[in-house]
Design a protein around this ligand. Structure first.
Ligand code: 13P
Length: 234
């Protein structure tokens, strides 16, 4: 087990938490249908790995046994299909995104990918693809810095999307994905889902502010002050 998953006594407990978190993701309105995916860092003995949602399965139908375990090392060089247990379903098409975040971000113990309406809509605009969401509201600090970046577009399920997302997440715990949705990570599923909800809320506010006028952007000095006192809110 990793340092972050001590809240789950068994792998089945962790799988159940993942199923519950996916149902909650749709229930709180930040995702719909079979879109999106989630994962949890979960090591088996000496093998670093993750538990990840299966591809294209409705969350209401998802059972604990449908969750897929993937070894991070075993999948590192795979250009095609990842190595997963044959008894299980195919892992999310975005397994490369999840794997690469766990490999490069020791602070990540859980990842949420959602097609939330406002974040996805903004990520379809040239303005946000170019500049991200600036510090129009101090809560932009939820992403870990003075802006919320948007990763350039790449086809879903590709290594290029993972590479783009990892760069956009540098020193951040969330980003938008152009013409696609959002990614949020955390030290737990609850935290990652909380960050995803805040990002969607910020996106809704920013869309409203853009419609009302020219949003005033907070300066770097002010955002540094905000970030210095922000940690209790993550
Ligand atoms: P999966 O069902 O394969 O996870 O794909 C959903 C998705 O959102 C792809 O980005």
């Amino acid at each position: 087990m990793s340092a972050h998953d001590g809240t789950y006594r068994t792998e089945d407990d962790a799988r159940a938490a993942l199923v519950a978190s996916c149902l909650r993701m749709n229930a709180i309105g930040i995702n719909q249908g079979r879109a999106g995916n989630q994962s949890l860092r979960w090591n088996r003995g000496a093998a670093d790995g993750m538990l990840i949602t299966p591809s294209a399965l409705a969350y209401e139908e998802m059972l604990v046994d449908d969750i897929v375990w993937l070894a991070l090392a075993a999948t590192r060089d795979a250009g095609g299909e990842p190595a997963y247990e044959h008894s299980s379903r195919a892992p999310s098409s975005e397994w490369r995104v999840h794997r690469d975040i766990y490999l490069h971000r020791p602070d990540a113990a859980a990842i949420v990918h959602a097609h939330s309406p406002h974040a996805s809509a903004l990520a379809c605009t040239a303005r946000v693809q170019r500049h991200g969401i600036p510090a129009f509201h101090y809560m932009v600090a939820i992403a870990g810095g003075a802006d919320l970046r948007c990763a350039p577009y790449a086809t879903f399920g590709t290594q290029q999307l993972s590479t783009n997302a990892l760069a956009a997440l540098d020193a951040r715990r969330a980003c938008l994905l152009a013409n696609h949705g959002l990614l949020a990570l955390g030290e737990s599923l609850v935290q990652a889902l909380g960050v995803a909800l805040e990002v969607e809320t910020l996106a809704r506010m920013y869309a409203l502010a853009l419609a009302l006028g020219d949003p005033v952007v907070l300066g770097d000095d002010e955002m540094a002050r905000v970030l210095a006192r922000f940690s209790p809110y993550v």
